[in-house]
Design a protein around this ligand. Structure first.
Ligand code: ZN
Length: 228
């Protein structure tokens, strides 16, 4: 099988950013697939969102288990830890060490089999979190590592890396997918309608407010059905 330069694999979490990155990829590439990871996150709703969004985008969604990640560290994404700054590391307790490094490596292994050279991630190094595995430098280094380690010309694309949440909402608007965002999941507490006061909810609300449009997730929470 030949390498298909026009094909891409999107790491889809079910959140606003990876969803926007997916529809960006659909504009850039002829053939797009998605991959989602079950890493023992507290809120499985994310994975259902990813499945739903992939079906709206009419692309395949591969789900892969990485449940061992939750055995390795204690953080607010996999355990009932409070969401706050870790005083030792100055990183939020929502930081899952190694998460994106593993995701990219696993996605690359899957893409390699399918001869897909383009990997897409919706990470941003602007605004809030400061996760070190969302930075451009990390992505460049990972791109080199997976390309060397699998001897395959991978290219990692991060269309949101320098975008603020406001600019990400603007991109969604340009792509004509604001309505699709009602199926995304953001809240760290896993609540639907979103809690409105966790850092993820606050950041999302700020982005929509700055663009001056309504968040469809908040406008029509009941259309999605379910409360958790
Ligand atoms: Zn929230």
């Amino acid at each position: 099988m030949q390498i298909n330069d026009k094909s891409a694999l999107v790491i889809l979490s079910g959140g606003q950013d990876s969803t926007t990155a997916l529809f960006w990829a659909k504009q850039q590439f002829m053939s797009v697939e998605t991959i989602s990871f079950d890493y023992g996150q507290r809120h499985k709703i994310e994975l259902d969102c990813a499945k739903k969004i992939a079906s709206i985008a009419e692309v395949p969604n591969k789900r892969v288990s990485l449940s061992s990640l939750s055995q390795l560290s204690d953080n607010a994404m996999v355990n009932e830890t409070n969401i706050e700054l870790n005083k030792e590391t100055s990183l939020p307790t929502t930081f899952v060490p190694g998460r994106n490094l593993l995701f990219v490596t696993m996605a690359a292994a899957f893409a390699y089999e399918k001869r897909i050279p383009n990997l897409i991630l919706g990470v941003s190094q602007v605004d809030y979190s400061g996760y070190p595995d969302c930075r451009e430098e990390t992505m460049k280094s990972l791109e080199k590592t997976i390309s060397l380690g699998m001897e395959f010309p991978f290219k990692i694309h991060t269309p949101l890396i320098h975008k603020t949440k406001r600019e990400t909402v603007l991109l969604a608007k340009e792509l004509g997918i604001v309505d699709v965002l009602k199926f995304t999941h953001t809240c760290y507490k896993g609540q639907n309608p979103p809690c409105g006061d966790c850092p993820a909810c606050e950041l999302r609300a700020k982005g929509f407010a700055e663009v001056g449009i309504n968040d469809p997730l908040i406008k029509s929470p009941f259309e999605r059905g379910g409360t958790k």
